[in-house]
Ligand binder design. Structure first.
Ligand code: NOJ
Length: 434
């Protein structure tokens, strides 16, 4: 089966990717220092080893694990019978209280980094009203990572919005990018001295598409012209936020993350693919040129025919999410991100699979990491890999059904039980080799 990447590498001129070098050559300093291995980034990449300094982590998001985030637009939607949510987030994994245990678990398993998000609605419960206690909470959480030898990667926005912002139109309100930047500045003032790497907005393309085109996420609008307004607002918010963070105590790398699919066009479907991919990905990829890094988040491929999206291919197994088990998609999207961003340092900030079969998770991640290695061998500057997710959590409209976690969570007691994949990937991280 074609992996959809063969022509991408050939199409990229070396001049458009300044950091591109031959296999085994030094491609740059690590953006942040990883815990598991010392030395300089850029050691020879063998079939099984990753470059020295490669950052291994696992990712979560506040609303999916903290619990009790009742002041945001998601909580409101979860309780709206007209919406399509399978269940409410409720107490989630109670990580708001159990984060010390979670961070210790990340460290104990062997990972060097933990990516998690701030809940804007806790920090700024009303427009311009900041909670000292919430800011202190996240400062403690970031400090706990440092105490455990874990690189804290902080995401400032992961899908949820304070209710006061939603009441004004969320990203359709022209003041929204400025309000987001103000929140980022305030948070960075409070704990930026401890952050080591930050993502401004997680998957703005999903926020816009699911919220304003497909009508599935808040505010449940289905209107492509409004989606385009939101795309533009999110790009502006990213730029304003990066500036605000760097103008505050932000002496760490800042970037954007994007949901990327490995789009594969059937013969004659190139135009249809372009029409789909431009608003879904390219407008964002073209906006991140000056950033310190870019975060690739990939789960599957998307096949496109002349009339649009195609159904999954018969015979290809499906994940709990209903899309194809296609770990090779990661390689395709890394190559495309490298090409379209002009070669800025890349991190895989999310990759994983919703499955009840943990052996399938290990197989999926193994194959996805094979794709990362192929990219490294071609000189693409991939600096880290974050598995989604540390633990089973609230999968948005699908509730707690899909299980992406390497750690199971008892829904009554919140007890965490690592699955074999957690130990396996932790050992990969420790040894920095597959
Ligand atoms: C990407 C999103 O960032 C995350 O919130 C979600 O749970 C995973 N994809 C899995 O669907």
């Amino acid at each position: 089966m074609a992996r959809g990447v063969a022509t991408v590498g050939a199409a990229v001129g070396a001049s458009s990717c300044p950091a591109r070098v031959g296999p085994g050559e030094v491609v740059g300093e690590p953006v942040v220092k990883a815990r598991p291995v010392g030395g300089r980034y850029g050691g020879a990449v063998t079939a099984t080893n990753f470059p020295d300094g490669f950052l291994w982590g696992t990712a979560t998001a506040a609303h999916q694990i903290e619990g009790g985030n009742s002041n945001n637009d998601w909580w409101a939607m979860e309780h709206d019978p007209a919406a399509l949510c399978a269940e409410v987030s409720g107490d989630a994994c109670d990580s708001f209280h159990r984060y010390p245990e979670d961070v210790a678990m990340v460290a104990g398993l062997g990972f060097g980094s933990y990516r998690f998000s701030l809940e804007w609605s806790r920090i700024e419960p009303e427009d311009g009203e900041f909670s000292r206690s919430a800011l202190d909470h996240y400062r403690r959480m970031i400090g706990t990572c440092l105490d455990q030898g874990i690189v804290p990667v902080v995401t400032y926005h992961h899908f949820t919005h304070p209710r006061w912002l939603a009441a004004r139109g969320t990203w359709e309100w022209d003041e929204a990018p400025g309000r987001f930047a103000r929140f980022c500045e305030r948070a960075t003032d409070h704990f930026g001295d401890l952050i080591q790497m930050a993502c401004t907005i997680n998957e703005p393309n999903i926020v816009a598409t699911m919220g304003w085109e497909l009508g599935i996420f808040p505010p449940r609008v289905s209107d492509v012209s409004r989606r385009d307004v939101v795309n533009a607002a999110l790009i502006s918010a990213h730029h304003k936020a990066s500036e605000a963070i760097k103008g505050s105590k932000g002496e760490f790398p800042v970037g954007l993350t994007l949901s990327m699919a490995d789009f594969q066009a059937e013969p004659g479907a190139e135009e249809a693919l372009e029409a789909i991919r431009r608003p879904a990905e390219d407008v964002f990829l073209e906006a991140v040129g000056g950033d310190d890094f870019f975060g690739v988040q990939t789960y599957t491929r998307m096949r496109v025919g002349p009339k649009g999206y195609l159904r999954s291919e018969p015979g290809v197994p499906l994940t709990q999410m209903g899309y194809e088990v296609w770990p090779e998609a990661l390689e395709g999207t890394i190559r495309r991100a490298w090409e379209k961003t002009g070669g800025i340092p890349l991190y895989v900030t999310e990759n994983g699979i919703g499955t009840s079969d943990d052996a399938q998770r290990i197989d999926y991640i193994t194959r996805a990491l094979g794709g990362v290695q192929a990219c490294l061998e071609d000189g693409i500057d991939v600096r880290g890999y974050f598995a989604w997710s540390l633990m089973d959590n609230f999968e948005w409209v699908l509730g707690y059904g899909p299980t992406f976690g390497m750690v199971a969570v008892d829904r009554e007691t919140f007890e965490r039980t690592p699955k074999p994949s957690a130990t396996w990937l932790g050992n990969v991280a420790r040894s920095n080799a597959l």
